[in-house]
Design a protein around this ligand. Structure first.
Ligand SMILES: [Fe+2]
Ligand SMILES: [Fe+2]
Length: 303
């Protein structure tokens, strides 16, 4: 696909879905049966509800909530990342120190988002009675499983990368944003999440549009995988918010909070985007572009 982050979000979603060829199921590697030893970076989260309650990725893959395509893609990605040496090489080999640090900063932010998302979807699955909204519940369980896989993959990647000096400030800022976005109103909370998830997709598309990023194969493959899932999360969270009674005309108001918060959180690491060949100003403008469509009086959400 053209990794054009100027395209509207619905164009991007269509392109992202069209691009992903079906992945043949692969065997589960032994590494995936190990309980992860990663300490949470921003937010601890509970064990999954699978029969074994095991935390290792193989238990997630055994969970019956997956749709087949998503399951095959997750299996293939987890199996590739289970090879420690190959993963380390794919993240570090031929990559200069500054770029390694830039990748480490971006993944630190991303893992906060994943840990937060595991919590949100896990608790929501417990909150709503399964029989009340069966289709919705299934969508939420799938998201929870996908977020757990994302978190595992990013923790695995981070274990190979250097730790930037400003890591504590990054963690503080990111945590603060997620706390601010939280709402006691569940429908509002999910509406806000769509602003964050679509913002993540836009940012990952900007990164994937850079040749420098594509040379860091392990990173490019990881964020492509995450972007594919997040694009579907936007739609599912949006539907869930509306099912809970959120007024679709008010998504823009949520975007004010989430996208400006996101830009504020990313500004201090603008230099890392530059290092990776992404123009941060262009990206930040793109993240705020929903405001233009509102000013133009468009009722529909443009991105
Ligand atoms: Fe995610
Ligand atoms: Fe997500």
């Amino acid at each position: 696909m053209r990794d054009d982050f100027e395209a509207s979000f619905s164009d991007q979603l269509a392109a992202i879905e069209a691009e992903a060829a079906p992945v043949a199921p692969t065997a589960v590697s032994a590494r995936l049966l190990e309980t992860p030893d990663f300490a949470p970076f921003c937010f601890a989260y509970p064990a999954p509800d699978s029969a074994s309650q095991a935390q290792h990725p193989a238990a997630l893959l055994a969970d019956l909530t997956w749709n087949a395509g998503s399951h095959a893609r997750a299996t293939s990605m987890l199996s590739a990342y289970a090879d420690d040496v190959a993963t380390r090489d794919s993240l570090l080999l031929g990559v200069d120190d500054e770029s390694q640090l830039a990748v480490a900063r971006i993944l630190a932010i991303l893992v906060c988002a994943e840990e937060s998302a595991v919590n949100v979807f896990h608790h929501e699955c417990h909150r709503i009675p399964a029989e009340q909204v069966v289709a919705d519940h299934q969508a939420l369980r799938e998201i929870e499983a996908e977020e757990r896989v994302h978190a595992w993959l990013i923790h695995a990647a981070r274990s190979h990368l250097p730790v930037p000096d400003d890591i504590d400030a990054i963690r503080r800022r990111t945590r603060r944003l997620f706390m601010r976005v939280a709402s006691r109103e569940v429908a509002t909370h999910f509406a806000r999440l769509t602003g964050l998830d679509s913002g993540v997709c836009i940012s990952l598309s900007a990164l994937l549009g850079s040749s420098r990023v594509n040379k860091i194969d392990g990173f490019a493959r990881l964020i492509k995988h995450i972007r594919r899932d997040e694009a579907t999360h936007v739609k599912k969270s949006r539907d869930h918010a509306v099912n809970l009674g959120f007024n679709p005309d008010q998504f823009h108001e949520c975007y004010d909070l989430t996208r400006s918060g996101m830009v504020g959180m990313l500004e201090p690491i603008a230099g890392s985007f530059e290092t990776l060949g992404v123009d941060p100003d262009r990206l930040f403008k793109r993240l705020m572009r929903f405001q233009e469509s509102r000013l133009a009086g468009e009722a529909a959400l443009a991105d």
